[in-house]
Design a binder for this molecule. Sequence first.
Ligand SMILES: [Zn+2]
Length: 252
Amino acid sequence: MLHGLVGSGSRLKSESLGPFRDFCPICREMKGFTATSYFTQRHVRLFFLIRLDTSREGGVGVAQCTGCGSRWTLAPGARRAVRPRAETDRCAARVALEERARAGTLTPEERSAILLEPFPFMAAMLSTERAIGEADRLSALGCFGTVILWLGLAAWMALTAKGNDEKLMVMGTISMVATGIGAALTIYAWATRWKRYVRRVLDPRLVRSLRPLSPSMHDLVGAVKEFQRVDPASGKYFDGGRLHDRLRGVID
Ligand SMILES: [Zn+2]
């Protein structure tokens, strides 16, 4: 009796935690950030209409730069009203380092560290996108398109080849091949969604961050290699040669 009248479900919800300031490694200066908490809200639904929120699950804090829009997991202590001394010192030291980077007076070790700096942030942005990002549009379009194509072809067959077995066979084969291609393209789009996200969203941010340092091909390949050593799972998405081409404007 209750089945159908009482249902349950969950949805991703967010809650603002307020603004704070921090050093953005993509904008390369102190910037305003917004802090947001994302969590899964469980609910029960009565008579299909009344929704009662029950428990909250998960909960991840995300910081988003108001300058470049990059977002990653909120660092502990980043948005406290009275920041721990160590946090204030870290920001001041990073701003001082940036001034020396502009003046070209960094030691080779400092320059290597600064070249590597944006990569973990971009890996964190990739993880954030995986956890709370929107569905991949190309995969959704492929899935939707394949279903529409399949329905369209079925209707076409039903309308034009009624009773004609030979025609039905030819049309059936065409339909199967066309739907198969649609499904294969959808699977390809799904399998490459993170690779495409890195190229479309993260690579331009890395270029913006690294351009002021005028890195050579050797610098970029070295930084990516080092990052891949530290974080192989995220590192595989980045390529020093590709970043170099982007910096020179050879590819978009
Ligand atoms: Zn920024």
